[in-house]
Design a protein around this ligand. Structure first.
Ligand code: PGA
Length: 255
């Protein structure tokens, strides 16, 4: 059966001491909650990874990078390889976030290389897809998401695809306080599962965790998580406060 996952994406927030403090708080809350069957992920800045990995010890907690390089090693000043990420004890990497796609020009072709690097280094991938407002308004959202899946992931064989978690993040809902309705989320998640089914078959589709992201918070988590195809969340703003993040984890466990 597919995993329930609550993943925080800290983005470019928190200094190292602040990040360690937040990780400690989340670790304590997860230990107290003991959320059966929920995988909790902390997506921290690169420089926090090693320390945060040493800080957390709740069995449900894993740490994730927010990006990795397209290349394995060498003269790529300022880049961080998937091998470096894995060497800190990280289990996950977030790839294809809309902020990376739009601000840093990450194309499907670039993502194919990053996905390959991550898998070569045994990382699990939280792969983000989602349409911008104009695409939804012109009713091209299904087409856009299908294309992102096909061009970024469908080069993988079935066993490699088993290491992929998909995060549906409508760009118009990220950091805007505007959430997709539960019906909009369910509709797109079911669509994504059907596209995965078409490529990899029913078993793979049923085993793929599909997370919702975009202004998910402690108040709307129950409504979103009660949908059958919403397996968890990728959370930005609300992951920066341990209390809010813990409430979302508790909601995921309850539904
Ligand atoms: P948000 O960010 O929860 O702040 O909208 C989500 C994300 O970008 O992953």
């Amino acid at each position: 059966m597919r995993k329930k996952i609550v993943a925080g994406n800290w983005k470019m927030n928190k200094t190292l001491p602040e990040g360690i403090e937040l990780a400690k708080e989340v670790n304590e809350k997860v230990k107290a909650l003991h959320p059966a069957g929920v995988q909790v992920v902390l997506g921290t800045p690169f420089i926090h990874l090693s320390e945060v990995n040493k800080t957390v010890n709740a069995p449900q907690l894993a740490v994730s990078a927010q990006n990795c390089a397209t290349e394995a090693s060498g003269a790529y000043t300022g880049e961080i390889s998937a091998a470096m990420v894995a060497s800190t004890g990280c289990r996950y990497v977030i790839l294809g976030h809309s902020e990376r796609r739009s601000y840093y020009g990450e194309t499907d072709a670039i993502l194919v290389k990053k996905v390959a690097q991550a898998l070569e280094n045994n990382l699990e991938i939280i792969f983000c897809v989602g349409e911008v407002l104009e695409e939804r308004e012109s009713e091209r959202h299904f087409e856009v998401v299908r294309s992102q899946l096909e061009k970024g992931l469908f080069q993988l064989d079935k066993s490699a695809f088993a290491r992929i978690v998909i995060a549906y993040e409508p760009v118009w809902a990220i950091g805007t306080g505007k959430t997709a309705t539960a019906a909009q989320a369910q509709e797109m998640h079911a669509f994504i599962r059907s596209v995965v089914n078409g490529k990899y078959g029913t078993e793979a589709a049923q085993n793929t965790s599909i997370l919702y992201g975009g202004s998910l918070n402690a108040k709307n988590a129950d409504e979103l998580f009660s949908n059958p195809d919403v397996d968890g969340g990728l959370i930005g703003g609300a992951s920066l406060k341990a209390e809010d993040f813990a409430a979302i984890i508790a909601s995921r466990e309850a539904h």
